[in-house]
Ligand binder design. Structure first.
Ligand code: SF4
Length: 526
């Protein structure tokens, strides 16, 4: 049987994947038994190319996806295991990855993950030691074969490479420019760091779906298979999605109204919602996506009913369907202009308002005095090997504890950074890469490689303030450097530096920025 990788890359067939949501409890519990039965039905169906199994979906604890995935894989069906960073640190993720590789799982959907919700005796502590970009970097290293040393020994051991086929998610159904563009930049970063296939987030707007594949073409990313997400609505699900309780998923007021109207029918709108899903599959195929990924249906019968409707469509019907399924929100940002005839994106023309804004970028309230001052001071103090940075390195080297530097300077650093950035003393500072917004104190998930997918109309998924990456985008755009927003990634923070002086670590070449600069100068001189 060809693998998912082979099918996505070597065949012209349009593929169908189905989501299996993991359940809470052992495999003997009623809900798990149902999920296992659904998985087994999917494994037997020739119409399904793979089954994708969620990892603690919505931030709730569930049975590990491999437990549901193993029997499906053993039955000969391709399985995608979702692996997120919310509940595990990098070591635990690595253990999980070894276990998955040992059991024969190859297809991994890398995710930063939703913020944790309930757990036993209260909410769990969120981990986010790394993120989707960091995770892709880890899997790429494991595929190449890690070189490790044990217990400070100089001897190294070369581990055999794994054979992971990692994918990632992109979410472009966002409202504001400073959400959409950073998501596109992060998409590129994920591909650069090893994502081999991309699944888009749930949304109901053909123009945004077209814009995404047009973006792939503009960036020469057509070799990366794009999978279109289709979540089958009900009236209740539409209400939940409209409330934005599920981070990153959007239903417009217009679609909610239509869904509630249809849900009032005797079949609770099932025939309408199934047809809507079938039309979305047809649109994805027509637009050039490689596959559709169906969620929200929990029986094979339901899946087959949708696929029967889809099979009944003519080859070009999708063009009319695309004009029907255009549920964007008022004022929503599009990177590309609208094609007046198709109502989709014009692949060759940028949104003219956006294009004009690049010429003379606006100084929004995010481009404030604190930002300008921080840049000025940073340039003055941290030009490695020169001026104040040279003096700072000398002072730290000669101090009693070089990782803290001279006491007075350390106190000054602590007070000034706490006041300006709510610094948490992580010791591995990312401020110059995040346009001087601290990911430790101002980002609920400590995202150093770009925004998570959870913003709600510009606001953080977790807290009621503007996402730091939206603010950082505004600042970078003002400087004419918006395309460089994520040029620094991937960053995987060094936890060994926690509690030490970030100034000393920068001057002495110990933090990730200094190490990267040193590497760069070594490679350019050598
Ligand atoms: S600040 Fe932005 S990136 Fe951080 S958790 Fe909130 S929405 Fe996600």
């Amino acid at each position: 049987m060809p693998s998912l990788e082979e099918k996505l890359n070597q065949s012209d067939a349009f593929l169908i994947g189905v989501e299996l949501v993991s359940t809470r409890g052992t495999t003997a519990d009623v809900s798990s038994v149902k999920a296992i039965k659904f998985g087994s039905d999917l494994a037997q169906s020739d119409r399904i190319d793979w089954v994708s199994i969620t990892d603690n979906a919505g931030g709730n604890p569930m049975l590990a996806p491999a437990a549901l995935g193993k029997p499906i894989m053993d039955a000969g069906k391709e399985v995608i295991i979702h692996l997120s960073c919310k509940d595990f640190n990098r070591n635990s993720i690595e253990s999980q990855a070894w276990q998955l590789a040992s059991e024969g799982f190859k297809n991994i959907l890398t995710l930063t993950g939703d913020f944790p919700e309930d757990g036993i005796n209260g909410m769990a502590k969120p981990v986010f030691d790394t993120d989707s970009v960091g995770l892709l970097t880890m899997l790429e290293s494991m595929n190449k074969g890690l070189t490790i040393s044990r217990g400070g020994s100089r001897k190294t051991i070369q581990l055999g490479g794994t054979d992971f086929y990692p994918g990632a998610v992109v979410t472009n159904f966002k409202l504001h420019e400073n959400e959409v563009i950073p998501q596109y930049l992060k998409l590129e970063k994920k591909i650069e760091c090893g994502a081999k296939f991309i699944i888009n987030q749930i949304g109901y707007d053909s123009r945004k779906n077209h814009e995404l594949i047009a973006y792939f073409k503009r960036k020469n990313l057509e070799h990366i298979p794009l999978v279109g997400n289709v979540y089958v609505l009900t009236g209740t699900v539409a209400k939940i999605f409209r409330s934005q309780r599920i981070p990153g998923i959007v239903v417009s007021d217009e679609l909610l109204e239509l869904s509630l109207e249809k849900a009032a029918a005797p079949d609770k709108g099932k025939s309408f919602f199934y047809e809507l899903a079938a039309k979305q599959i047809a649109i994805y195929k027509g637009l050039g996506y490689k596959a559709a990924y169906l969620g929200g249906v929990h029986t094979l019968k339901g899946i087959e009913r949708i696929l029967d409707i889809y099979d009944s469509f003519g080859e070009n019907d999708w063009k009319e369907f695309a004009k029907e399924i255009l549920f964007s929100r008022p004022g929503e940002f599009f990177l590309l202009d609208e094609d007046p005839e198709t109502k989709l994106a014009n692949p060759d023309k940028l949104n003219p308002v956006y294009e004009a804004s690049l010429v003379d970028p606006e100084a929004t309230s995010n481009v404030n005095f604190s930002f300008r001052l921080s840049r000025f001071i940073h340039d003055l103090m941290f030009d490695q090997g020169k001026g104040l940075a040279k003096i700072g390195a000398k002072l730290c080297k000669n101090s009693a504890d070089p990782s803290q530097g001279p006491k007075l300077l350390r106190t000054f650093e602590h007070i000034s950074k706490s006041l300006m950035f709510e610094c948490k003393d992580c010791g591995d500072c990312s401020l110059p890469e995040t346009a001087f917004l601290c990911p430790e104190s101002q980002c609920a998930k400590n995202q150093r490689n770009g925004p998570c997918g959870g913003t709600r109309d510009g606001k953080c998924e977790v807290h009621d303030f503007e996402c730091i990456w939206g603010k950082a985008y505004d600042r970078m755009k003002y400087l004419g450097k918006d395309s460089e927003l994520l040029a620094h990634s991937p960053v995987i923070q060094d936890q060994r530096l926690r509690g030490t002086s970030s100034w000393a670590n920068s001057w002495l070449g110990k933090d990730h920025i200094a190490k990267r600069l040193n590497k760069k100068s070594e490679s350019s001189t050598g």
